[in-house]
Every structure is written in C-alpha cells, then in structure tokens.
Design a protein around this ligand. Structure first.
Ligand code: ATP
Length: 707
C-alpha cells in the first residue's frame, strides 16, 4: 500500500476516511465551543464575591482546557486506526453474541481511531481516542506474535495541510498478511519529511523501545543513554504528555518541568507539547531553573571544573556553618524594672543543640524561640504567667535579635560565597583537607569586587549559590523533571536540579559521548548519585532515527577516543549520497561555503551551517553578501523557526537537527575547547539527509582516512 503518496481522492476508502476526519474536526470544534460558552463571566459584582478567587481559578482552568482543545490546522487529528477483535474495548454482552451467532454472522470488529487527543460526539461516543489511553498501547506494541486483540493496524498519510491523502494497512491476522517493511517505510517517510521550523511530535510512529520509556510509571526515575538521534528528546517530551494524562491530578498540584541546555534548544522544542494538547508545562534552562542568571562572568575551564566538583558541597556546608559562633556574652532582657538574664553558657548550649539539626534559616528562628523560652522560665520563677504572645514578642525582640546577629547571623548565599572566594583564611577553614592549597588558590578571585553586591557571578557560581540557598532554606520540590542533555552538567549543577524534584521523579536523558561541559561528570551512576536518584534504571537507546548510516559511521570513528565504553550507534536508515567531505585551499573555503549552501537550498528542507563559535559571524556575513537569506542562531533564537538557512555556532548545535548540514573547518571546532572532539561529534550528527564537510586545515586523525 502506498505510503502518504497521494492516493486518488475518489478512492472510496479515502473518501470515507476523510468524511470521518471532517466529522471528528467538527466534534472537536463543538467541544471547544462548549468549554468556551460555559465560561463564568466575571462581572464587577463578582469582584466583591467571596468566591472570586475560586471563580478566577475556574476560569483559568477553563481557558487552559479551551486552549488544549484548539484545533491546530496543520496537525492531523488522528494518525492511526485499530480494528480489534470484538470485546477488546467493550466487553461482549453474551446475549448479543449469542444472537449474532444465531444469525450466523461473526460479530463485527471494533474500530478505534488513535489521535493526539480525545474527541467525542455530542452523545459522548468516542470518535478519536487519545494516544495515551491504555487501549492505544496496542497501536505501538501489537505484533503478529502478540496481537493484543488487533486484527488490522492502519496508518494514515497527510499532506502538509493535514489533508488525509493515503493510508497503509498492516493486518496482523491471516496468512502472509502484514508487510513488516511497510511500517519501516512509513517511519522512514516520516523521518525524511523535510524539516521547516521547530521539532515535530513523533506520536504516529513511536517505536516499541521508545514507547516502553514513554509509558514508564511516574514513580520511576528513568535514565536514558542514547546515541545522537535515537529520540531521547522526543521520548522525554512524549513522556511528559503521557504522565500528565495518567497523573494529571498529582502533577497538576506538584508541577512538571522540562530542562534543556539553552534558549535556542527550548525554542526548537517548544511546539511539541502544545501539539500534544499540553499547554501548561514549564520549559526552562538550568540557569533559569536556578533563578540566578549568571552575571556574565566567564572563567577558565579549570576554575569552572573545580567549582562544579562535588567536593564543593562539603566546603559550602562548612562555610555557611562557620558563621555560627560561640557566644562571648549572654542575654539581658529588660521588662519593666526586671532584668532577665540568660548566661552565655546557656545560649551556647542552645546553639550547640540546634546547630546542624535543621537548615540554617529555621535554625536561627528555633534558637530565638529557645532563648525566649529561657527568658520565660525566669519570668515564671518571678511569679509571672507569660503566654504565647509574650514568647513570640521576646523571640522577636531587639536584644534577642542582636545576640543572634552575633552568634547566628542572617546571611545570604551571595555574602557567604563572596567571603569564600575572596578571603583566603576563611576558604582554608571551610575547605580543610577537601581542597589542596593549589585548588584553593585557583578558587580565589584574583581581583575580588569591593562587596558581594558588586560581585559578577559565573554560571558555575550560580550552582554554588543555589547550594547555599538550599542550606539556608529548603528548596521546594516539583513532581517530575525531564532533564535533557544531562551529560553536560557538573556534580554541583546536578545537585541543584535534583533538589528541585527531591520528592518527585525524573527522566534523565543524555549521551556521554556528547558531554562538552568542562566539569561534566562523565558516567551515569555518578551523575545519578549527584542528582539524588541513585536508584534510577539506566536504559540504552542505540537505534538512531535522525542520522543516515554513512554519517553516523563516520562520526562514530571518534568514539574510541571520546567515549571508549560506548558501543557504536546503529542507524535505522541509509540515505544515498549522505556524506561529502571536500578539502579546499584556505582561500577557497569561504566561496565554497556560499556555493554549497546555495546548492543545498535548491533542495527541500532546512540547512544548518555549523562552525566554531569564533568563525560563525564571518560566515554569516559572507552568506548575506552572497545574496542568501541566512540567519544566525547566535543573534536570534527564533532563527530556526523563521529561516531555511541558519548559521549555528558549534556550542549551540546540541539537540538541534537540519535536513542538510554544512560543517565548516572541523579542526577549529576541536581546537576551540578542552572537549572539542566531543563538540565535533555533536556537530557531525545533526543531519537528517546529508552532511557536507568543508575544510582547509587537516581533519582530526580519526576522520582523515576519508569517508
Ligand atoms: N519513532 C520516531 N518516529 C519518527 N521520528 C523519530 C522517531 N524517533 C526519533 N525521531 C526523529 O529523530 C530525530 C531525533 O530525535 P531526538 O532529537 O529526540 O533525538 P535525540 O536522541 O535527543 O538526539 P541528540 O542526542 O542528538 O539530541 C527527530 O527528528 C525525531 O523526530
């Protein structure tokens, strides 16, 4: 059966399927109208109503429901159909079965259409079943050996405007029926559909090994090691949608976040969840999640690596608690003509008993209460009967606050870190034997700012500040975090992300071979330990969907050097002429880049020009001068959405993909940073159809032997 290849529109089967699609669309419009029209109008009078807040949240919830029911004109409403054995969905009424048998007619197969959301007709009968519903699992998992009640699986092909143009049947019963190759052809057609704009969902073609991860229960933290293009990001996003469907109440209260490496990556994936009907998921970067935007200070790799090291946790812990000191004098609390005294040794005992038993901030509050209690005991001895109000007033009184400012001072994370990075003596006391003297020297700022207020913090400082903030006050935890490109995080960044779902679970996605962060952990068990999820199950995805075999084999030549423990990925497809490597004289390179891009633009789909960060602006200018409408991701995170030809600095290429990639001067990418070969591996694995490598300088040894 043809695959999405425009069957004649007078084909009766196509006509009937189109009519069904039109009916489903009309039903969705009606569902949307119903939600909108039942909206409670908030009038001025309602402002005074006690229930205002409640009604406000009801309206918000309704608006979200309405948004989720909006028909996206370019997204097909269903993508598959299952014809099932009778009784698979609705249990057979024995009476009916007997009657139909009596009429000597086999009971009719049940039929369900599978789509991105549930659609029902006016009487509540389902027209389209959500892909996340239990009955839809068979669409992804049924095989001839394990039919799960499926007689026939039908997949649909659509035009760019979501018009149904074709279908392909895969019968799972009968002799010789079922063309296994048809499913693969369908998958290949889906992958090779030219890209324009941001990432698409893969809901019509989720593969069994991916489905297993998507539908893993919420309680389980899943960690996926996957070669480039094996669908990790896709799996993570579909898992969010699945969990929100099955655990909406729980996650609605506790929240879900998708954490990606940078803004351009988030811009690239931002359409997937809305297309799956989920409009309410936080998508953020690690820096944003920490809520402390780095102040633009860049530091050398060895410093960043040390600041990211897990040993810093103990150093910070000590640095904070060094602020709690032994009292040299006690408390004198005057009330009327009486002076109540709490001697220094008693304050000392109170502080010692609390120190380290709870977080720093609540510890100070508890110390104030206990000191106040000691004052109240004296009041009682004098025959007074102080109550809770007196207790609170004493705890908040100036003498108690002054005493605590000396022995348990209020501090901010910035004050503590500033002191640690600018005061060698203090650092030595906090570091003890955890850091060598050379390491301590490396940590100290060569020219400290005048005060913590004017300090400029780096990205690795942000994780240290976050650690301190959590030692002072507990960080709230959310229900589930999907952490993409996790391989790049330092131990301290892992701790920062992990504490945000300390009581929730995670989906951790990444590829050790693509680890480019200077302090990257380098192996999963340790990384999971730093995330606080040592029990997570490690799963491996090695079937690559994005990159054709010729390209992945070429890139995999770097693996023995960059990730010796990892097996080579296997590509799900080959693509003729996928790889071209061209050596040029140095003065011929810029012209060749323009010519190659022009040639690529004659074909379909997106074109990404990837080069070392330092060279990307010059390439961009050259392309513009050559009359090509190129945009640079460096300057503009929406470039992917709005242009076919995009210049990509190598440091922003991670997670992205293009139909064609023009990779310029690999040696420069390698030379630009400590983990340059890892960065090159990332850049080499971004192409869906073809990769053109253009170089004047020698290629890294592993690639030099030719394609
Ligand atoms: N089952 C599938 N059906 C169709 N397309 C798929 C499927 N799985 C993955 N893809 C496609 O393969 C490409 C790569 O997917 P994705 O970006 O999720 O991979 P990744 O493992 O996160 O890659 P990287 O490690 O490079 O970030 C995407 O275009 C995605 O849509």
């Amino acid at each position: 059966m043809a695959v999405a290849s425009g069957m004649p529109s007078d084909d009766p089967e196509i006509r009937s399927e189109r009519a069904y699609l039109a009916a489903a669309r009309a039903a969705l419009r009606r569902m949307h109208r119903d939600v909108v029209s039942t909206e409670t109008q908030l009038t001025a009078a309602a402002e005074d109503n006690d229930n205002y807040a409640e009604r406000f949240y009801q309206r918000l919830a309704r608006e979200k429901r309405a948004l989720a029911l909006t028909d996206l004109p370019d997204v097909p409403l269903f993508f598959g159909r299952l014809d099932l054995d009778p009784g698979t969905v609705h249990p057979l009424d024995p009476g009916n079965a007997a009657r139909s048998d009596a009429r000597d007619r086999a009971p009719e197969a049940e039929r369900v259409y599978i789509g991105r959301r549930h659609v029902h007709d006016g009487a509540g009968e389902p027209l389209v079943i959500d892909w996340r519903a239990p009955v839809s699992t068979a669409f992804y998992r049924a095989t001839r050996d394990d039919r799960r009640g499926v007689r026939l699986r039908r997949r649909y092909g659509f035009s760019g405007a979501a018009e149904l143009t074709a279908y392909e049947d895969e019968p799972l019963t009968g002799d010789g029926a079922g063309d296994a190759g048809a499913a693969d052809a369908f998958l290949a057609a889906e992958i090779e559909r030219p890209r324009s704009g941001p990432m698409r969902d893969i809901v019509a073609t989720i593969q069994p090994e991916q489905d297993d991860l998507v539908r893993a229960p919420l309680e389980r933290t899943v960690c996926v090691q996957g070669a480039p293009g094996t669908g990790k990001t896709a799996v993570g996003l579909h898992r969010v949608a699945y969990l929100l469907y099955t655990e909406r109440d729980r996650l609605g209260r506790t929240g879900v976040a998708v954490v990606g490496p940078n803004r351009s990556f988030l811009a690239y994936i931002r359409r997937v969840l809305p297309a799956l009907g989920e409009v309410d998921v936080t998508q953020t970067t690690v820096a944003e999640l920490l809520g402390r935007a780095p102040g633009g200070h860049r530091e050398d790799d060895p410093v960043a690596r040390l600041k990211g090291d897990g040993r810093m946790a103990a150093v910070l812990h000590r640095a904070l608690w060094l602020h709690v000191t032994r009292p040299t004098e006690g408390l004198v609390y005057t009330k009327g003509s009486y002076r109540h005294r709490v001697p220094d040794h008693e304050v000392s005992e109170i502080v010692a008993a609390l120190r380290g038993t709870m977080r720093y901030g609540p510890g100070r509050t508890a110390a104030a209460k206990r000191i106040a209690h000691a004052v109240l005991v004296q009041m009682e001895r004098r025959g007074e009967s102080p109550d809770d109000r007196t207790h609170g007033a004493v705890a908040r009184s100036q003498p108690v606050r002054r005493l605590l400012d000396r022995v348990w001072p209020k501090v901010t994370p910035e004050q503590v870190l500033f002191r640690l990075l600018s005061d060698a003596g203090f650092l030595a006391r906090a570091a003890r034997s955890d850091l060598t003297s050379e390491e301590q020297a490396l940590l100290l700022w060569p020219k400290p700012a005048r005060s913590w207020r004017s300090a400029r913090w780096s990205a690795s400082d942000a994780a240290l500040l976050d650690e301190l903030a959590d030692l002072i006050e507990r960080t709230p935890s959310i229900g589930h975090v999907v952490l993409d490109e996790a391989q790049d995080l330092s131990p301290m960044q892992c701790r920062a992300v992990g504490r945000r779902c300390a009581t929730g679970s995670m989906t951790v996605l990444g590829d050790i071979a693509q680890a480019t962060g200077p302090g990257a952990v380098g192996e999963w068990p340790e990384l999971l330990r730093h995330l606080g999820k040592p029990e997570a199950r490690l799963e491996v995805l090695d079937r690559g969907y994005r990159v054709p075999a010729q390209i992945i084999d070429y890139a995999a030549r770097l693996l023995p050097e960059i990730a010796p423990g990892l097996g080579a990925p296997v590509s799900a497809r080959r693509s003729p002429g996928a790889l071209r490597v061209t050596e040029l004289p140095p003065d011929g390179l810029p012209g060749a880049v323009v010519r190659t891009c022009r040639e690529c633009l004659e074909g379909e789909g997106s074109v990404g020009v990837i080069a070392a960060d330092a060279g990307i602006a010059a390439i961009h200018e050259r392309l513009l001068a050559g009359g090509l409408a190129a945009r640079s991701l460096d300057e503009d995170e929406n470039a992917l959405e709005e242009a076919r030809l995009v210049c990509v600095p190598a440091s922003l290429a991670k997670g992205l993909e293009f139909d064609t990639v023009v990779l310029v001067e690999p040696a420069r990418i390698v030379a630009a940073e400590t983990r340059g070969l890892h960065r090159l591996y990332v850049a080499l694995t971004r192409a869906v159809s073809s990769l053109h490598v253009l170089h004047a300088e020698p290629l890294p040894t592993a690639l030099a032997a030719g394609p």
